[in-house]
Design a binder for this molecule. Structure first.
Ligand SMILES: Nc1ncnc2c1ncn2[C@@H]1O[C@H](COP(=O)(O)OP(=O)(O)OP(=O)(O)O)[C@@H](O)[C@H]1O
Length: 335
């Protein structure tokens, strides 16, 4: 079994024996979900309460690399908008023990089985994205060395029982210092639908790669659609970025916004978020905003929503829509 280097072991993290992991999870009796690394189980620790236990299913070189990266990073970096790593085990299997995020992922809330019957309210969507933007801003500019996440997507934004959002999954993240020393990677990493097209062609990793993916998540939050989907009747696969750009050009807000919201949103705040999303996916990447700007703009959008006290806004309200969309349209670059 691989051995974690001493430098990582010296952190504040608890190290568990495989028997302890078995006890913590009550013999892996409650599965919370599954991802590329392996399965995630509910667990319980005397001093921490409920935890999430991620058990690696593969012992590939890539799996080990991602595990070490995650342990290394999360033992050094702590922020209220980043999921906390409580401990790990490398005795039998590769295991990561995290703080429990009771409300699951943003992906599940937007696209999961209960997303239609009890959709996330617009103000909650905005507050989640404000938290996520703050976490990403911290990674890019607040911690030392600064970090590029490289796998921002709605399934890596998790919510706790107070609906506070945190970024998760640092398996392929890179710190900016070693990033420059290591040079470009040999293959594209990231998740389908979220990867910056400029990075695909240049293989150059900068923080703007994260800003692009964050823009994709913003479109997901507004439109209630997945990052890629099939359009009927041709069943042609499209990206939410292309779809949203052409919908924005038509300028009708209820063509764009998630129908599950049933008109319950402040129109001005929706346009503000769409404006931010468009800026995040702009080309070339140098035109995209920094995450601090995104964070400030999203806070403004949340304030607009809170001030409007919207319960039922008519989505056909045209005065404001037309005015906003004309300033917008000049900036929509459809490729
Ligand atoms: N800290 C946590 N607290 C509660 N549930 C969690 C936690 N971490 C993960 N989960 C649950 O486990 C599921 C799988 O998470 P995981 O991070 O392994 O995969 P993913 O991000 O969905 O996909 P991939 O890792 O392949 O990109 C999540 O969708 C979520 O439901």
């Amino acid at each position: 079994m691989p051995v974690i280097p001493k430098v990582i072991r010296s952190g504040q993290l608890q190290q568990f024996a495989s028997e302890e992991i078995k006890a913590i999870t009550n013999n892996f009796c409650m599965k919370l979900g599954e991802g590329g690394f392996g399965s995630v189980y509910r667990g319980y620790l005397e001093d921490k309460g409920v935890v999430a236990v991620k058990v690696g299913s593969s012992s590939t070189h890539q799996g080990l690399k991602e595990f070490m990266n995650e342990v290394d990073l999360l033992s050094r970096v702590h922020h209220k908008s980043l999921v906390d790593l409580v401990g790990y085990s490398d005795e039998d299997k590769l295991v990561l023990v995290y703080e429990f995020m009771a409300r699951g992922s943003l992906f599940e809330c937007l696209h999961g089985p209960r997303s239609k019957s009890s959709p996330l309210p617009w103000a909650t969507r905005l507050s989640i994205m404000v938290d996520a933007a703050q976490g990403l801003h911290y990674l890019h500019e607040g911690c030392n060395p600064e970090i590029i996440h490289r796998d921002i997507k709605s399934s890596n934004i998790l919510m706790n029982d107070r609906m506070e959002a945190k970024l998760a999954d640092f398996g392929i993240s890179r710190n900016k210092l070693t990033n420059e020393a290591e040079g470009p990677p040999t293959m594209v990493m990231g998740s389908k639908g979220y990867v910056d097209p400029e990075y695909i062609s240049s293989l150059k990793i900068t923080e703007k790669v994260d800003v692009y993916s964050f823009g994709v998540v913003l479109f997901e939050v507004v439109c209630g659609r997945r990052s890629t989907f099939y359009i009927l009747p041709t069943r042609q696969e499209t990206s939410i970025v292309d779809w949203a750009k052409s919908a924005i050009l038509r300028g009708v807000i209820d063509d764009i916004v998630d129908p599950c919201l049933d008109g319950k949103y402040d129109v001005e705040s929706v346009w503000k978020v769409l404006e931010v999303a468009l800026a995040c996916v702009d080309m070339p990447s140098s035109k995209r905003p920094r995450m601090n700007q995104v964070y400030q703009d999203l806070k403004e959008a949340l304030e607009l929503q809170n001030r409007s006290n919207t319960v039922d806004v008519d989505p056909h309200f045209t005065g404001y829509t037309t005015e906003m969309s004309s300033s917008f349209l000049a900036n929509v670059d459809v490729r």
